[in-house]
Design a protein. Structure first.
Length: 568
């Protein structure tokens, strides 16, 4: 059977790369797969999917899958796109009830699973589903002719395929975010232009693969560029350090390629920093060399706010390699980013609109668009605005949820399309010394995220307070390991600022009389850092602050758990 793939942009890119160059690496075993092998195996898997459909049309259908982070995942994802179907990657960490919800809500035609997750798949389809999908093993789908003859492209350059990712469901049941092939392409090409992925890059992939960060930033975009993706999941700090160090340690065999590109969440950077001191002196030296800007071309932090101490500590460890912050979400991919020049990586900022992205701020009090130059109100205070986005990188709809889609988009009088209301609030300001690089998109005033409109903007005594700003200051204190700032209802203030804190080892003995650091200690420490109305009035110490796979905190759930029925 001839090896063919549709003439979609992702397959035009994959088949244009050197077929002998490395596309995917399994870090633990060192097994490698070339771009030529990838193209052939995707074509073979595409025909297997057609066989599973038993003559039924597959284009536009949803195909869910549970796959190991690695080559099988990449082949499965691409084979669904090659079938003009909609890929629904599932998290193996989710309980069966949540996976059933996704299968039913998406009306999945198929559920594919690798051998590792066969028991989970069997449990999911055993009972409770409204519609039972066709089930099959991914390994069987990937069997076939391994002659690796050249793959030819045919057919149209568009189709009904894409990816569907589900929101975290913090405010309602998770919603299916439909990302058509055209949106996937626009998001990937935007990052390709902004972050300069290249065939010389080797990206270390330590992220879950049911989120936008892991799928777009760390799979599709590097494949567009011809980069190598090395999978190392689940995250293990010791294993990551050993892999980063490997090219810079004496070896008898063939030396490993250096990692040039790392994109993870702040929690991972924190865990790496915390564990670095326990490495052997030899490993410490080699890892510092690995992180040097001469070797690590780009290190990116996203999906949650980056604490200033983490950014500073990473820079100190890496001979001045500055973490690049960006802003994105499931519905829009990446929307804002700091630039490649170190001077364009301003502390607390997520930079500028990425290529192809239109951004505006809408005043949270007046609902007016904040025009350039109107960032201050009549009293000289900085105006807070909701980030609204449009352009080819923005999703078109929530799957079969027209009410939610209508609620999150707003018309615009210019006739150039609707704006997506992100629910995130930011301020915008010019920063001296930033925006002078050769990247034409990284110019003008920079954006600073203040937090979620519903959870991170606290209105106390007539003042607006950013929970993220307070968290940054608290995390710079040696007594605080982790924290979450929330708003509690208050008859006197409307809302009062409160903090949930995990103490560091120092904090456990740093209070008066050798006691644990407490609320009064916190207020004294923050007095010189924050205006009085921003300093938390309440503080609760906890052993752990729950986070999801991307390092985010569900603050509404946290408030209920820690403070009882006192929602912000």
């Amino acid at each position: 059977m001839a090896s063919t793939l549709p003439r979609l942009p992702i397959f035009k890119a994959i088949t244009s790369h050197d077929p002998k160059s490395i596309a995917v690496v399994h870090s633990a075993s060192g097994r490698t797969f070339t771009y030529g092998e990838l193209a052939h195996d995707v074509s073979s898997a595409k025909f297997k999917l057609a066989d599973l459909a038993k003559g039924n049309a597959i284009d536009g259908e949803r195909i869910a899958f549970l796959a190991d982070n690695g080559y099988d995942y990449v082949v499965t994802l691409l084979s669904v796109l090659a079938s003009h179907a909609i890929a629904v990657p599932l998290s193996p960490a989710f309980p069966a009830s949540e996976l059933r919800y996704v299968l039913d809500q998406s009306e999945a035609m198929m559920l594919l699973s690798s051998a590792k997750f066969q028991d989970k798949s069997d449990e999911v389809v055993k009972e409770g589903l409204e519609n039972r999908p066709i089930t099959a093993a991914i390994e069987k789908a990937l069997e076939g002719d391994k002659s690796r003859e050249a793959v030819t492209l045919e057919g149209p350059a568009d189709g009904r395929g894409g990816v569907m990712l589900y929101t975290s469901g913090t405010t309602s049941r998770p919603k299916g975010v439909l990302l058509p092939q055209s949106v996937l392409t626009a998001q990937s090409l935007s990052l390709l232009k902004a972050w300069n992925y290249s065939p010389e890059d080797r990206l270390l992939h330590a992220l879950p693969l049911h989120h936008i960060h892991g799928v777009i930033n760390a799979v599709l975009t590097p494949l567009f560029a011809g980069s190598a993706i090395e999978f190392q999941f689940p995250f293990n700090a010791q294993a990551v350090w050993e892999r980063l160090a490997a090219p810079f340690l004496p070896t008898e065999g063939e030396p490993k390629e250096k990692i040039t590109f790392l994109t993870v969440v702040p929690t991972i950077y924190n865990r790496l920093l915390q564990s670095h001191g326990s490495l052997s002196p030899e490993l410490q030296k080699a890892t510092k060399t690995a992180l040097d800007p001469k070797n690590m071309r780009l290190n990116i932090s996203g999906s949650a706010a980056l604490p200033t101490p983490t950014k500073s500590a990473w820079s100190d460890l890496s001979s001045g390699n500055v973490l690049l912050e960006r802003y994105g979400m499931t519905e829009v991919g990446m929307a804002l980013s700091c630039g490649l020049d170190f001077s364009d990586r301003v502390d607390g900022s997520v930079g500028w609109p990425l290529p192809f992205v239109e951004v505006r701020l809408v005043d949270t009090d007046t609902n007016e668009v904040i025009q350039p130059g109107e960032e201050l109100d009549k009293d000289g205070k900085t105006r807070h605005g909701e980030i609204q986005l449009r352009g080819p990188t923005v999703f078109p709809e929530y799957w079969r949820n027209p009410a939610a889609t209508a609620a999150e988009f707003t018309e615009n009088e210019d006739g150039n399309g609707k704006w997506f209301k992100t629910g995130d609030v930011a301020i915008r300001m010019n920063v001296e010394g930033a925006g002078n690089s050769s990247q034409e998109w990284a110019k003008g005033p920079m954006y600073f995220i203040q937090g979620r409109k519903s959870a991170d903007i606290i209105k106390t005594g007539g003042e607006k307070v950013s929970a993220l700003e307070i968290e940054r200051e608290m995390l710079s204190l040696p007594h605080v390991a982790e924290c979450a700032v929330v708003g509690l209802q208050s008859d006197a203030w409307g809302q009062k600022v409160a903090a949930v804190v995990m103490l560091s080892e120092e904090g456990k003995i740093a209070g008066r009389g050798g006691k644990a650091w407490g609320p009064m200690d916190m207020r004294r420490a923050l007095k010189e850092r924050l205006a009085n109305y921003k300093i938390p009035q309440e503080m609760k110490v906890v052993e752990t602050i729950p986070r999801n796979a991307m390092g985010k905190i569900n603050k509404k759930a946290l408030v209920k758990e820690v403070f009882g029925d006192a929602p912000s």
